[in-house]
Design a protein around this ligand. Structure first.
Ligand code: NAG
Ligand code: NAG
Ligand code: NAG
Ligand code: NAG
Ligand code: NAG
Ligand code: NAG
Length: 576
């Protein structure tokens, strides 16, 4: 473009000058040849001058300034200057040049620079291109949380960028190019530095990062490549179409801990579901867990009063919150009260065993006392009168209360153990009156008294207290009659125990005697009897050993019983 003369100006000058000369030629009667030469050759030295501008191509950043140097080859130029709507000031000047400062360049424009030389004016133009690098690149993801299978929009725009022809906007998903738009060939009307795409959400897109890059390539105009990028935006995909479900037993006993569970199925991402559970207004502290597509929370609830209460569960994920409520009914049902009119009855005493519903139970439960006649009206106490015998010591009574709450039958059972007090007894089973020891073996006097409270036992031999709890190696002088006395608060009882210590030989011969007498009837030969002698001896020994083991066991049981009796006499056992 530079150096191109303005066609209109050239024509005017070219015609005007030959006409003036022609008149002068006619007047001075110059030769025709000279005239022709002048007409045909308009190239006077002045007309060969050139006008140029520096720079010859201007790329100016928006709002910045530009210095322009207009110069000519005309040795003695006439009027000159620039034509532009831009604010300009002359900042320098030479005989053949002028320099101007253009300020606040905000629009593309064409500047004319002109010089006249010997009445001829020539000009040259400079096109000024304004550019604006993409400083701010904005990426919008809408909506921020997208339900699976729904469309979302990715929009990228650059508020200030120029020239659009040289702009390329690229949408990126991670490092991958998703879409690219060049503005070069687009119609002027659609020219906004913007690109919009619509995408259908898939679970895999969750947490994908999106960004937008703007490239402004001015390399062909003498500039460079300017790049701008948007901050990264993360897309969130969710699936949450089902309401939470509450799992809890519909009946709660006041004061009892119960687990409540709230669950959401087909939810994604399950681990990000947030739960809040409430029993009426009180928030429950819950424990969250998830498994595949299922998110759940559990908590412990404890109803403090009877009646209907609302349990609610709120589950939220991203922009969605779902709520479920459930009514639970709480009741009071303490176990029935089972009483013995006498706590420590003596054997032979009449006892009234009574079972009644707890006062806090509402409505009154139906009671069933084991052993008592059945089918009482609700609330009516069940009772049983009987005479406590020694054998009843340790007997258990149980009472079952049943209550119907919200159509459900509930049961509570109380067990009580009866302890009957009775005088000591030395029975043949626990304390045999005749005990046979085998010489050389270890024995203890076998005597376990009965009685409640557990009696203390003292045994004497020849008036001397005999320590029956220490195993004794049986000798002949252990033979004799021992006197054992069992005593408790209710009285005492004594028994003589005859201990016979058999010598080894004595034991064997008595065995032979027994065998002989029994065998006599069947007429077995004496030799055959002699042959059976040795195996019998061994049997006898084994038998005695077993006897000793049994004694030891009995003794340890006895020790336990004594210990028990010193602790509780009556125990209540609550069974649910
Ligand atoms: C303007 O251009 C002319 C011709 O090229 C040159 O001689 C002159 O020094 C320039 N002026 C400035 C200030 O550079
Ligand atoms: C910039 O835009 C101009 C005008 O459309 C064009 O001539 C030039 O080739 C473009 N430059 C690049 C690098 O695309
Ligand atoms: C909740 O569930 C977890 C895991 O299943 C379990 O360990 C925890 O005991 C539960 N808590 C309650 C209050 O039930
Ligand atoms: C046993 O006790 C119950 C309840 O206290 C009472 O109603 C009942 O009459 C008593 N039975 C006897 C025989 O005393
Ligand atoms: C009575 O109950 C207690 C405790 O449950 C038990 O140890 C005992 O053996 C029971 N007695 C009888 C006679 O069943
Ligand atoms: C039996 O006699 C032995 C000695 O022969 C004696 O040491 C022991 O004390 C006596 N036993 C009793 C129970 O008197």
């Amino acid at each position: 473009m530079s150096g191109r003369t303005r066609p209109r100006g050239v024509l005017t000058s070219c015609r005007g000058l030959p006409l003036a000369l022609l008149i002068r030629m006619k007047m001075r009667l110059f030769g025709v040849w000279a005239l022709l030469a002048l007409i045909l050759c308009p190239g006077a030295p002045e007309e060969l001058f050139q006008v140029s501008v520096w720079p010859n191509q201007a790329l100016v950043e928006f709002g910045q300034s530009l210095v322009v140097n207009c110069s000519t080859t005309c040795p003695d130029p006439g009027p000159s200057g620039i034509e532009t709507f831009l604010k300009n000031t002359r900042v320098g000047k030479g005989p053949q040049w002028k320099e101007f400062l253009l300020e606040d360049v905000t629009e593309n424009s064409i500047l004319q620079c002109f010089f006249s030389c010997a009445g001829i004016q020539k000009d040259t133009s400079l096109s000024i291109t304004v550019y604006q690098p993409p400083e701010q690149v904005i990426l919008e993801l809408q909506p921020a949380w997208v339900a699976v299978d729904e469309a979302f929009t990715v929009r990228c725009h650059v508020p200030r960028v120029a020239p659009l022809e040289n702009l390329t906007l690229t949408l990126l998903q991670g490092n991958q190019e998703l879409h690219r738009k060049k503005f070069m060939s687009l119609a002027v009307a659609s020219k906004r530095a913007e690109v919009i795409i619509h995408v259908r959400a898939q679970r895999e897109n969750d947490r994908c990062s999106f960004s937008c890059r703007a490239d402004l390539d001015l390399s062909l105009q003498g500039g460079r490549l300017f790049q701008g990028s948007s901050p990264i935006k993360i897309l969130r995909i969710f699936e949450f179409s089902q309401s939470p479900q509450i799992w809890v037993s519909s009946l709660l006993e006041v004061g009892m801990a119960e687990t409540v569970r709230c669950e959401v199925a087909r939810v994604f991402p399950a681990e990000e579901v947030i739960f809040h559970m409430f029993l009426e207004d009180q928030e429950l502290s819950s424990f969250l867990s998830w498994e595949g597509d299922i998110a759940r929370a559990n908590a412990t609830i404890r109803a403090m009063e009877a009646g209907d209460q609302e349990l609610s569960c709120f589950a939220s994920l991203g922009p969605i919150e779902q709520k479920t409520r459930k009514l639970v009914h709480s009741y009071r049902f303490p176990p029935p009260i089972l009483e013995l009119k006498e706590s420590y009855p003596l054997a032979g005493t009449d006892i009234n065993v009574t079972c009644s519903g707890h006062v806090l139970t509402s409505p009154s439960p139906t009671l069933r006392l084991q052993g008592a006649p059945d089918l009482l009206a609700p609330g009516e106490p069940a009772w049983l009168l009987f005479t406590a015998m020694e054998e009843d010591d340790g007997r258990n009574f149980s009472c079952e209360a049943s209550l119907e709450v919200q159509g459900q039958r509930l049961m509570k059972t109380t067990v009580i153990q009866l302890h009957v007090l009775y005088k000591p007894r030395l029975e043949e089973s626990g304390c045999p009156g005749k005990q046979t020891w085998l010489e050389g073996m270890e024995y203890m006097l076998a005597c376990i008294p009965k009685g409640n409270p557990a009696p203390a036992l003292v045994c004497t031999w020849n008036g001397v207290v005999f320590d029956f709890e220490v195993p004794q190696k049986a000798t002949q002088n252990h033979t004799g009659t021992y006197c054992c006395t069992a005593t408790n608060q209710l009285g005492s009882v004594s028994k003589d125990i005859a201990v016979i210590v058999q010598g080894l030989d004595q034991g064997i011969s008595s065995t032979i005697f027994v065998i002989i007498t029994t065998a006599l009837g069947v007429g077995i030969i004496t030799i055959a009897l002699y042959l059976t002698y040795r195996p019998c001896k061994m049997d006898r020994r084994r038998l005695l050993y077993r006897q000793k083991k049994e004694d030891e066991e009995e003794e340890s049981q006895f020790a336990v019983q004594q210990e028990k009796s010193t602790t509780h006499i009556i125990d209540n056992h609550l069974v649910e």
